[in-house]
Every structure is written in structure tokens, then in C-alpha cells.
Design a protein around this ligand. Structure first.
Ligand code: GLY
Length: 312
């Protein structure tokens, strides 16, 4: 059996130096939380959820509490969990659910559906005694300040998702989306992803994160979680594209690199992804300036800060 392992991302984009340490520490801590679950015999799904839940509770990340604000100044979250037997649960546009990844798990385990959105999802959370709150309690100061700044500098309040996802337009954008891919001691794989989505998104907008094959995918060959510009990732089915490369025999590193090359060549998209294959090989790649990676072993400094286009 392969060694149990996990890889975590805390978002990709323009993670500015003044908050880079927070992202780096948070991603690393989340990986440790997930690895501990695996090292004590836990399942891949439990490990991936534990890591993502940790980041949902860490206000540095754009997931759960501390998420980016939508156009109306509200936190609206998306999340997905999936296992290698193609079981999946996802939620989109949920308000006031502290840990959307736990709600995605409820969809997987307690409903015949794959994706539940909005008020119906919140009702499901209530029925399963998940932690709920006033949606305003999930707004943190830094995100609110960023929202006010964006609103004030855009008189027309026009939002261009293509431009706004690039580093130049949002120099302070503290990245987006968290995710974890895990392999357990039984050889089972799972992915969990969670996000507040893009700042200034329209209410009700869902990104790639809760879309099977768009921002997250898991099957017998591996688990994949994406981060970055959701509309771009969805247009090329980025997670499934990388997964299919694994099925065709690509190595983990090749699959991540070629998926990002495809994203850039097709639509010049800005996104990153992490992956673990069934042998426990982990890899990541990005077309953004940075991606925050968490694995338990220490990473070389140059692979942990400014990311190359692809990991060797
Ligand atoms: N990648 C997260 C989003 O675009 O919503």
C-alpha cells in the first residue's frame, strides 16, 4: 500500500509579500492537520475535509469565515467533496454556513443529489445540525476594507472577471479558494475544495470549485483541486483535464503542467491546481504569479514562494 499523503493549496493569484507568510503558514498547518488524520488511520475524505475545514476557519483564506465579498457585500460560499468511487457532494451560494465543506459532505452522504444551492442548502445544513451564523459574522475586517476600496475606485461598479482575476488589476488580491487532495493507507483518494469565490461576483454566481471536473475531481487515478479564475477553469474543465492525463499515463508532474499549458494555450486563463495520484505522487502547477502549497515535508524556498509555471 502507498504511504498516506496529502497536498493542500491555500489559493493562487497575487499573494502579496505582506500576507505571504500567513498563507504559507496556514497552508502548512492545514496539511499537518490532514496528515495527522491519515497517520492515525483516518480515511482520505476525513483528511481532506479536516485540512479544508482548518482553512475555512483561518480568516487569512478565501473560504468560510474571511471569504471575499460579493457585489452586495455578502459572503457566499461554494464547496465540494469527492472520492475515488465517483461519489460527490457539492454546495454553491450558501450564506451563513460556517463550514461549507461539511455541508458538501452532507450532500454526499445524506442525499441522492450532487449539488445543492442557496436556501435549500442552508436548510439542509440546519437539518443536519451544522454550525450556522448570521452571514455578517463571516465578514472580516481585511475583506471589508478591500471591498470598500474596490467599490470606491469603481464608480460604475463594473466588474470584468477576465481582468479582475489578473495580478495587475488586483495587486492586493489575497488569492482565492482552498483545497486538499489526500491518499489514505487503504489506497483510497479524496478531494475537498472550498471558496468564497471572486470578490465582487454577482450574487448567486458559482465558480469552478463546486463543479465536478471544473475545479475539483477525484477518481481511481487521482484527486485534483483547482484555484484561481473559476470561469477560466470551468471553460476547459481543468480538473478533469488533468485527471484524464493521469489516466492516459502522464506522471503527476506532467499532468499538472500540461493542464496549465492547456489552460493558457486555450484561453490564456489564470489558475493553478494540485494533484495526488494513486501512488501518492503529489504535484502542482499554476499560471498565476503565486500558489500557496502545503505539504508536510518542508519545501525548497524557491518552490514555496514565486511559483514556476510548472513543478519539475
Ligand atoms: N476558483 C474559485 C472561484 O473562481 O470561485
Amino acid at each position: 500500500m502507498p504511504k498516506p499523503t496529502i497536498i493542500v493549496h491555500g489559493g493562487a493569484g497575487s499573494i502579496q509579500p505582506y500576507i505571504w507568510q500567513e498563507f504559507r503558514d496556514g497552508s502548512h498547518a492545514a496539511a499537518k492537520v490532514g496528515q495527522q488524520v491519515l497517520d492515525t488511520g483516518g480515511q482520505a475524505l476525513d483528511a481532506a475535509i479536516a485540512a479544508v475545514r482548518y482553512m475555512e476557519d483561518d480568516i487569512a483564506f478565501n473560504a468560510g469565515t474571511g471569504s471575499a465579498l460579493n457585489r452586495e457585500g455578502t459572503v457566499e460560499c461554494d464547496a465540494l467533496v469527492m472520492t475515488d468511487d465517483l461519489q460527490c457532494g457539492a454546495v454553491a451560494s450558501v450564506l451563513g454556513v460556517r463550514n461549507p465543506v461539511e455541508l458538501a459532505r452532507v450532500v454526499l452522504e445524506h442525499t441522492p443529489h450532487l449539488l445543492i444551492v442557496g436556501e435549500g442548502a442552508v436548510r439542509l445544513a440546519r437539518a443536519h445540525q451544522l454550525a450556522l451564523c448570521d452571514p455578517a459574522e463571516m465578514i472580516v475586517e481585511r475583506r471589508l476594507a478591500r471591498y470598500m476600496q474596490m467599490v470606491q475606485t469603481r464608480a460604475d461598479f463594473e466588474f470584468d472577471p477576465e481582468k479582475d482575476a489578473t495580478d495587475d488589476v488586483l495587486p492586493d488580491a489575497p488569492s482565492d479558494t482552498v483545497g486538499a487532495c489526500a491518499l489514505d493507507s487503504r489506497g483510497r483518494l479524496a478531494v475537498a475544495s472550498s471558496t468564497g469565490g471572486m470578490a465582487l461576483k454577482l450574487p448567486g454566481r458559482a465558480g469552478d470549485t463546486p463543479i465536478i471536473g471544473g475545479g475539483s475531481y477525484c477518481g481511481p487515478a487521482g484527486a485534483v483541486s483547482c484555484t484561481g479564475h473559476g470561469e477560466a477553469a470551468m471553460r476547459v474543465c481543468l480538473a478533469k483535464y488533468a485527471y484524464d492525463l493521469l489516466v492516459q499515463g502522464a506522471s503527476a508532474a506532467e499532468a499538472t503542467r500540461r493542464a496549465i499549458d492547456h489552460l493558457v494555450a486555450s484561453i490564456d486563463g489564470r489558475a493553478g491546481l494540485i494533484l495526488v495520484d494513486r501512488a501518492g505522487n503529489r504535484a502542482w502547477a499554476t499560471s498565476t504569479r503565486r500558489i500557496s502549497i502545503g505539504i508536510v515535508e518542508s519545501l525548497p524556498e524557491d518552490n514555496h514562494g514565486f511559483m514556476p509555471k510548472a513543478q519539475p
